[in-house]
Ligand binder design. Sequence first.
Ligand code: CMP
Length: 139
Amino acid sequence: MELTLSIVKPDALRNGHLGPILGMIEEAGLKLVALRMLHLTRPQAEGFYAVHRERPFFSSLVDFMTSGPCVVSVLQADDAIGRYRKLMGATDPAQADEGTIRKRFASDIEKNAVHGSDAPETARTEVAYFFRELDLVER
Ligand code: CMP
């Protein structure tokens, strides 16, 4: 069983989309094994997205990610990383397939409702960024 990190971003919480997004995650067979709500500080958001620090959108991304609370969770399933990326849809909602979270709820390439890990090594780092091993439940 694989683990992946999900973030339901501040835009989605502000717009009342947390419930529908968690519903889509559960309906897709991705099991929630840890979950918490938090309001990221600037250093926390900068650390999480450190790989993007040279990109032109970095400062705006950090502004956005610290603009309100978000919900971080760990999803468990066979091929959880690939399945969640498929469920999220393309980073840019204009490119996202019908029926994906970003097609339904994202407003643009930055305010794109959700984040999901992109590879096993990233997933390990990202899960550990927010959760200790003891926070993960067996279901
Ligand atoms: P996420 O999957 O969380 O990974 C990095 C985030 O940076 C991405 O979703 C978007 O929120 C944001 N992002 C990626 N590309 C761009 C871009 N070209 N312009 C603005 N924001 C972007």
